[in-house]
Design a binder for this molecule. Structure first.
Ligand SMILES: [Zn+2]
Ligand SMILES: [Zn+2]
Length: 186
């Protein structure tokens, strides 16, 4: 489900201890496990969310410094700017999102129920029984965050490439979890 372009996703060593990646096109942090992007402001609370239950101190000032070095933005870009761009690596890709047919609306939803609700409350009148299907992404899983339309991603990469990337990712996650466990045991 996740976009696997990888070329716009960086894995700088400074971010490894936080389990985060760097989305180069957006200059945002990325949590691959959740398929979302994070700003320099929301990054630390997200890392804490993953570590909840573990008695582990997260170095907030350390992450802030890294964000400054990498030039991570402190706000999300506007949806209007993102609309129509190539699919972004690290974000979940919704291949069958629904586009509102009304002129200048551009609202996109992942389910028919949400789209019908939008249409009824925003436009009124007879609700269409068919929608245009488009590929879309959103920056966060938060319900208030809007979907934006993206260009269909290129054909899936060679299985070997894909699996090696996933292997790397799994190894990374295992290593990070191992690190946390060790911290905890101390
Ligand atoms: Zn996450
Ligand atoms: Zn609409």
């Amino acid at each position: 489900m996740k976009s696997v372009l990888k070329s716009d996703l960086d894995n700088p060593p400074q971010l490894r201890e936080f389990g985060l990646q760097f989305q180069k096109r957006l200059n945002l942090l990325c949590c691959l496990a959740c398929g979302i992007c994070l700003t320099s402001r929301t990054g630390i609370s997200h890392v804490k969310f993953h570590l909840r239950g573990l008695k582990l101190r997260v170095k907030k000032s350390h992450l802030i410094k890294i964000c400054e070095e990498l030039g991570v933005h402190n706000v999300y870009p506007s949806i209007t700017d993102l609309s129509g761009t190539e699919a972004l690596s690290g974000l979940k890709l919704y291949t069958k999102a629904l586009l509102c047919p009304e002129d200048h609306c551009n609202a996109i939803f992942a389910s028919g129920g949400a789209m019908r609700h939008h249409y009824r409350h925003t436009h009124g009148g007879k609700v269409p029984d068919q929608w245009t299907v488009v590929p879309a992404q959103k920056l966060d899983k938060n319900r208030n965050v809007q979907y934006f339309r993206v260009q269909p991603p290129p054909p899936a990469p060679e299985p070997t490439l894909n699996s090696s990337w996933l292997d790397d990712l799994e190894a990374d996650i295992a290593r990070i979890n191992e690190g946390y466990k060790k911290e905890e045991e101390r």
